[in-house]
Design a protein around this ligand. Sequence first.
Ligand SMILES: Cc1ncc(COP(=O)(O)O)c(C=O)c1O
Length: 391
Amino acid sequence: MSFSATDINLKALRSRAYNLRWATLPEDVIPLTAADPDFSSAPEIAHAIKQYADERVFSYGPAEGLPEFRKTIAATLQQRKQIHTHDDLVLPVDSAAQGMFIIAKYCLQPGEEAIVFDPVDFLFKAAVDNAGGVAKLLPIDVTTGVFDIHLLETMITPSTKMLCLCNPLNPIGKVFSRDELLAIGNLAVKYNLWIMNDEIWSDIIFPEASFVSVASLNAAIAARTITVYGFSKSFGMAGLRVGFIVSPNANVHEGLLQVSQMRTTAYGVSTLSQVAGQAAFEHAWYWVDAFLEHLTAMRNYSVERLNAMPGITCHLPQGCYLVFPNITGTGMTSTEFASFCMEKAKVAVVPGAARWFGPGAEGHIRICISTSKAVLEEGLNRIEQALQKRL
Ligand SMILES: Cc1ncc(COP(=O)(O)O)c(C=O)c1O
């Protein structure tokens, strides 16, 4: 696959890609919004779904997930992320989002506190809120990715039970260094806090950065870490709603399973989606590698283009297929800028509004770059022309 315009099935996207994307917008609008690839997924994933479906047996699966799925996940995490785990500690969930909600519910009693970076994806605060917890926001510099570990320590109170980590960090594209992760992990050990470790973006790492999992650092930190992953970002499987949680031990795993309500069968992950997730981890890494090569070119291209536009500066993200330009030089707020793009350029972007990423995102917009060069170029051309007309 060349990840060019011919690898995009626009007809299918127009009827299937929701969540602020093609299916929800007028035909003349280019969506650079939700972090969801425009490209069709690896054929091996569809093949596995077809093979399973051909048998026409769709019985209940086990509440704790298909054994083959759990085995593949544990082996892959060991091999690719140096996370020492075991099949029995892997719990399939119907999305990373659901995994985050389950983890927050397990770790927090109503009124207890969790520390959440600002800015970061809205799901962290949503998960904490849903558990009845209180999210305390820790600022992180959008451009440099620097945060104050001492400030983080002073924010910890007797009510604090969880630190939320998004590595790499959507929307700023920061990849945490080993030293930063050690510092965060050591605080979790010192104060007996859980780390909600969201690694959904951990395969989208650009060449200058390297990914380290906080769960791989040492046994003490691993014992405090609950990792969540989803297949939406790396494999383009968002609609299949599948991911997993990895627990540090059997007690935590059992607690999460209880909170999840999967044993009651009120919740649970479709067996077809687990089959697809397993196929992705077993057969589709070549696809992710090629995707990443394309994304690296798109990142370089979009950052260069944005920095040449009046009133805009844009840092180079280390991970995630998102760019997060500073638009304050245009004199518009992020919401005004997003409306401007929609009305004057017919391009949809996500405003750096508090509801999406926290108050620290203001002055920025988020652009998803997981599309073809042709679509991205057209979107950026339109934004540039609209900005030039304002001058
Ligand atoms: C950091 C982060 N976590 C979780 C999710 C949710 O992913 P899923 O589709 O698996 O629910 C997203 C999606 O944008 C994300 O960026």
